[in-house]
Design a protein around this ligand. Structure first.
Ligand SMILES: *[C@@H]1O[C@H](CO)[C@@H](O)[C@H](O)[C@H]1NC(C)=O
Ligand SMILES: *[C@@H]1O[C@H](CO)[C@@H](O)[C@H](O)[C@H]1NC(C)=O
Ligand SMILES: *[C@@H]1O[C@H](CO)[C@@H](O)[C@H](O)[C@H]1NC(C)=O
Length: 424
């Protein structure tokens, strides 16, 4: 009741005033760097010197971001903006303010904002104004590279690109010679969107190329070193590679041949090594014969010589026999292993036949099952026959009548008996 009277009183006050509101955002566009905490200003003039009620609404192109209610100071905030938005309002006085405060701005905040102030009884005039927020991002360090072959007479492109930057950065190329003196770019040069094209390049094209990527708030640069080589030099480069490969191949060949030779030589040496052994043997034999004292002169006795030789032959023979028995041993060893393998093979064959047996068993059982199945089908068809038989009987009403008649006859026969029962 009390509130109603106060509202009425307020309305009387409002009514008496001249109605004309004016809301204003001083600039059409605001620019801030990404991550900044910003304030978008909004001022208003009301015909009411001290409005008792006021509603401030800030919205983007689609939705209301925040609503502020004067005088109780209540705010309603859109969930996405919770915790990073507020209204700095001052409604008292002829000129009020209703600034929007937004913290840690991102690229997503890059849009238009509207400030609206509603005061009861002051609805004629301009109650809203808009401004665009441009979130700026410093250009990232540009990525620079050379496209094409840097050799005399060729055309090459120097590429420069910043991944980030808002507004999009502009690119500028500066060139320095090998002594780091600034120079004008060759006349047949085009620079467009960060790409510098150089035509019919020469030795003089070599040097340092600096790309500057720049936007409103900052700039970043890269430093590219271009070394132009004569085509013959480029060819020499590839030729050197081929020659190098050839040299390596030749060295390899030499090494291989050398190894083969060494091996052969070693074989020969082994052959040589056997000879002294034979000599030693003969010397020992000689000593032996000397100890035996069987003869004074070896050469003088051909018989001894013969015996000696036959003895040596015998030695060789026994040597041969040893090797032969060794070979026989290895052979029998091989036969053993072969037998072992045959055993395992027969074992495998046994298991295989076993498996075949089981398979046959399974096939038998399967055919048995098929028999039983056909049996079942027979019985089923039998059942179907009987069923169709029954259906036939059912469908013939005359039959039923017959049966009914039968029942009648039965009841007739029963009749006298029930009469009997009726009797006392
Ligand atoms: C922005 O405000 C947040 C608190 O809302 C604070 O933590 C941050 O340091 C501020 N950033 C700048 C750049 O002032
Ligand atoms: C390239 O430059 C050389 C001299 O540096 C000139 O002789 C030649 O004609 C030029 N070629 C073209 C296609 O411009
Ligand atoms: C570019 O780099 C070279 C060496 O890599 C250096 O001598 C030169 O001063 C650099 N130029 C600029 C402008 O940084």
């Amino acid at each position: 009741m009390e509130r109603r009277t106060s509202t009425l009183a307020l309305l009387c006050v409002v009514w008496s005033a001249v109605a004309a509101i004016k809301v204003d955002i001083p600039k059409d566009q605001y620019e801030f760097a990404r991550g900044d905490n910003i304030t978008l200003p909004c001022t208003f003039q009301s015909a009411l010197s001290s409005p008792a009620l006021a509603v401030v609404t800030w919205s983007d192109e689609a939705n209301v971001i925040i609503t502020y209610y004067h005088p109780n100071g209540v705010t309603d905030i859109k969930p996405e903006y919770q915790g990073r938005v507020s209204v700095d309002a001052n409604v008292n006085g002829g000129t009020g303010k209703a600034d929007l405060k937004l913290s840690s701005i991102t690229m997503a905040d890059n849009k238009k904002y509207e400030c609206q102030v509603q005061i009861p009884r002051d609805n004629v005039g301009k109650d809203a104004d808009t401004a665009a927020l441009t979130v700026l991002v410093a250009p990232s360090k540009p990525i620079c590279k050379i496209e094409g072959t840097a050799s005399y007479g060729q055309n090459i492109s120097l590429i420069c690109y910043s991944e980030e930057g808002s507004p999009p950065p502009t690119y500028k190329w500066n060139s320095y010679d090998a002594q780091n003196n600034p120079r004008v770019l060759p006349p047949k040069t085009t620079a467009k969107e960060g790409t510098l094209s150089l035509y019919n390049i020469t030795k003089e094209t070599s040097g340092f190329y600096i790309c500057i990527s720049e936007n409103k708030i900052r700039s970043a640069s890269c430093n590219l070193t271009v070394t132009v080589l004569p085509p013959t030099m480029m060819n020499i480069g590839s030729t050197a590679a081929i020659i190098g490969a050839a040299i390596v191949a030749v060295i390899l060949l030499i090494v291989i041949i050398y190894c083969c030779c060494c091996r052969k030589k070693n074989d020969d040496k082994e052959n040589y090594a056997m000879a002294p052994v034979a000599d030693e043997e003969s010397v020992q034999n000689g000593e032996k014969s000397k100890h035996d004292d069987s003869s004074v002169n070896k050469a003088a006795n051909p018989r001894d010589d013969y015996e000696e030789r036959s003895e040596r032959n015998y030695d060789r023979q026994s040597d041969y026999d040893d090797r032969r028995s060794d070979y026989d041993d290895r052979r029998s060893d091989y036969n053993d292993r072969r037998k072992d393998y045959d055993d395992r093979r027969s074992d495998y064959d046994d298991r295989r036949s076993d498996y075949n047996d089981r398979r046959k068993d399974y096939d038998d059982r399967r055919s048995d099952y098929d028999d039983r199945r056909s049996d079942y089908n027979d019985r089923r068809s039998d059942y179907d026959d009987r069923r169709s038989d029954y259906d036939d009987r059912r469908s013939k009403p005359g039959d039923r009548n017959e049966r009914y008649d039968d029942e009648r006859r039965y009841n007739d026969r029963r009749g006298p008996r029930s009469d009997d029962r009726d009797r006392p």
